[in-house]
Write a protein that binds this ligand. Structure first.
Ligand code: ATP
Ligand code: MG
Length: 244
């Protein structure tokens, strides 16, 4: 569902990632690791069509991303859920409202503002809140939640749009280890239950090894490792984090 062939990506005139060759199949759970500034976020966000393609072939969900047209960009982004470190929730709204807002494409604005949700929408929202284990807080305002809980709400909201791919840029780096593990477990569950492809940037190598099936290591704008997690030896870890 994602094909990158001899791909060079960057911003304006600056090339950041060079000669990237990655193919992603449906249902994979991939962790991207590497030192700060390596190009992890650029690589991840390029999948939403927002990064300039200098060279190569780039296809996501059968859409060509080189010189992508606005109509296709909208179509692409409807199928991709994005979870950030900063959560991006509406703080003064409840957990439930935030999750339902993920379905906004299907709910007319007036109904959403008045919170006139249909039973089917509420059932769906409950399903997503259950899977991230936040249902017991469904009526709390998001600003009353812990960081880990908020991140789980963000995942439920992303799921509500029924995406084919979920991208998570450092979803756990602001969390304590226990909350971080819970968020990683939730991402894994979402991946397994719905078959959603999950790609996540991780600062902690240990989480990538424990939860991801495949690891992509980036260093200095190049992919220096791409294989099953168990193939990652200490020597290869050194190569991924080497200072240039
Ligand atoms: N919007 C932008 N415009 C221009 N250059 C950028 C932009 N965003 C990032 N860069 C540059 O691209 C390079 C890679 O940045 P990127 O954010 O992808 O790295 P990263 O691996 O995610 O780092 P970190 O671990 O710190 O998040 C850096 O040199 C950075 O300065
Ligand atoms: Mg980053």
């Amino acid at each position: 569902m994602i094909k990158m062939k001899n791909l060079t990506l960057g911003y304006k005139k600056e090339k950041i990632l060079n000669d990237v060759n990655i193919r992603v199949k449906k249902g994979e759970f991939i962790g991207i690791i590497g030192p700060s500034g390596a190009g992890k976020s650029t690589l991840l966000m390029s999948i939403t069509g927002g990064i300039k393609v200098f060279n190569g072939k780039f296809e996501v969900l059968d859409i060509d991303l080189e010189n992508i047209k606005k109509k296709n960009l909208i179509k692409l982004r409807e199928q991709i859920g994005v979870v950030f470190q900063g959560y991006n929730l509406v703080d003064r709204l409840s957990v439930l409202d935030n999750v339902v807002s993920g379905m906004l494409k299907d709910i007319p604005l007036t109904r959403a503002i008045l919170k006139l949700y249909k039973n089917k929408e509420l059932e769906k929202a409950k399903e997503y809140m259950d899977i991230v284990d936040i249902t017991k807080h469904s009526l709390k305002r998001c600003d009353e939640l812990s960081g880990g809980q908020r991140q789980r709400v963000a995942i439920a909201r992303a799921l509500a749009a029924e995406p084919k791919i979920i991208l998570a840029d450092e979803p756990v780096s602001a969390l304590d280890p226990k909350s971080a593990k819970k968020v990683m477990e939730v991402l894994k569950r979402v991946n397994e239950v719905y078959g959603v492809t999950v790609i996540t940037n991780l600062h902690h190598l240990e989480y990538a090894k424990e939860y991801c099936n495949r690891i992509v290591g980036v260093n200095g704008g190049r992919v220096v490792f791409d294989d099953n997690s168990e193939k990652l030896t200490d020597k290869l870890v050194e190569k991924i984090y080497a200072v240039n």
